[in-house]
Write a protein that binds this ligand. Structure first.
Ligand code: FES
Length: 118
């Protein structure tokens, strides 16, 4: 089956450990908020949903990194996630990581890879 891709943004909009780009995707028949950031040169995308309480991570739209720029942080109670994997690395996420979303960078753009479950 051919891979289906949907444009999220220009690759230049997601700078290394900089501001993220928010987007929506359909998952299990519902629109859900998600975001993409760049870490270690690669675009990394996750559902915008904390592992503690299912709220969006960013109070200020697109601000997902903590002050160190090494971790993603939930603005509500400060849970920390690893930006490469979404794994919980501290705080109230208590082992519950972020849900990854498959994305790919091609020809200067970042695309969502659409699968039957997202
Ligand atoms: S809602 Fe994210 S840490 Fe509590």
């Amino acid at each position: 089956m051919a891979e289906r891709k949907r444009l999220i943004c220009a690759a230049s909009e997601v700078a290394e450990q900089g501001k993220g780009v928010r987007f929506e995707l359909e998952r299990f028949g519902k629109q859900q908020p998600a975001f993409v950031v760049r870490f270690d040169g690669q675009p990394r995308a996750f559902l915008n949903q904390c592992g503690h309480v299912p709220v969006e991570l960013d109070w200020q739209a697109g601000e997902f990194f903590d002050d160190s720029r090494h971790y993603l942080i939930c603005a509500t109670h400060g849970a920390l996630y690893h930006p490469a994997t979404g794994a919980c690395v501290g705080g109230r996420c208590a082992g519950r990581g972020l849900i990854r979303v498959p994305v790919v960078e091609r020809d200067g753009h970042v695309y969502l890879i659409e699968t039957p479950s997202n």
